[in-house]
Write a protein that binds this ligand. Structure first.
Ligand SMILES: [Zn+2]
Length: 307
């Protein structure tokens, strides 16, 4: 008989959280790593190729951090524009490390071909705490919409607004992890006063395309490139990944903009959300970072071939 999951330790089952429960949750998640050491201190060495733009700042109690992105120094308004975002979910380490790896090692290959905006760590408070939500127990990757409640999303939307309509491509770098099922999905159910329904974490890399603007050629070009670095997730017995029907190898669809995903931020012609699986015994942290960088390179090369 399947065991019944223990009630989430915060709140009352069936009752959505109020301010007290959110504060209790916030106090329960502690700092485990340092965004200044891992990200902010790395950015100056990228300054040869990129201008460092501070597009906002976060302040949660004692926590304060600037929100910084990289903008191509060789900017040319005649060239297409592409965006890379990482760390929208702070715990998804390879999204942050992969964006930095691409910026430092690979971005030079696109100089003179593309203008780049790279926001490597959109949610630094959550990065430090290895968490999905921001300090208000809000998911930034459900907040990229007009009424979105996450400051992390609002700051980036405000910065990007003047560039909308000019983006060729946007890749938003994520992970799907065992902690999604063990911690973050149960927390979400508890926060919203709902019953936690267990799911299955796919073993391998996959992509989320935009149901309102599907770009199968773009997605497959990325899948083929990443398959050389790490394995692609196989569908479950129902032909699904994370409860969504498989559209093609390693690809599911979400209605990106109505859900408020970051991939809807730019309104680019080609968009995707990458989902690396770092907990597989078949991969390593370094391979996960390489998978993210490979996804960006392949996506941008494909997009450029369509111009
Ligand atoms: Zn994510």
């Amino acid at each position: 008989m399947p065991s019944t999951p223990a009630p989430f330790p915060i709140g009352t089952p069936g009752v959505p959280w109020g301010d007290a429960e959110r504060a209790q949750w916030r106090a329960s998640v502690t700092k485990r790593r340092d965004v200044a050491a891992d990200v902010t201190s790395v950015l100056p060495r990228l300054a040869v190729r990129f201008e460092l733009i501070t597009y906002g700042a976060l302040q949660y109690g004692d926590f304060a951090a600037p929100l910084v992105l990289l903008k191509s120094r060789a900017w040319n308004d005649a060239l297409p524009l592409a965006m890379v975002t990482g760390g929208v979910h702070g715990y998804e380490t390879s999204g942050v490390a992969g964006a930095l790896l691409f910026a430092e090692r690979d971005a030079g290959g696109f100089e003179g071909r593309l203008n780049l905006l790279i926001a490597p760590c959109v949610s630094p408070w959550a990065y430090e705490r290895v968490q999905r939500w921001n300090a208000d127990a809000v998911d930034p990757n459900r907040s990229f919409k007009a009424d979105g409640a996450a400051a992390e999303a609002r700051h980036l939307m405000a910065f990007v607004a003047p560039y909308r309509g000019r983006f060729l491509a946007h890749l938003d770098l994520h992970e799907t992890t065992d902690s999604d099922e063990a911690e973050f999905r149960p927390a979400l159910a508890a926060r919203d006063g709902k019953v936690f329904v267990p799911g299955v974490i796919p073993d391998g890399f996959y992509l989320v395309d935009d149901a309102a603007n599907p770009q199968p050629g773009f997605q497959q070009a990325i899948i083929e490139a990443v398959a050389k670095v790490t394995h692609i997730a196989e569908p479950d017995a129902q032909g699904q990944l994370i409860g969504e029907p498989l559209k093609s190898r390693g690809v599911v669809h979400y209605d990106v903009k109505s859900v408020g995903l970051c991939a809807g931020l730019t309104h680019a012609r080609f968009t995707t959300t990458t989902e690396v699986y770092p907990d597989s015994p078949r991969t390593t942290a370094a391979q996960c970072n390489e998978a993210q960088a490979a996804a960006v390179r392949a996506g941008l090369e494909f997009a450029l071939r369509q111009t």
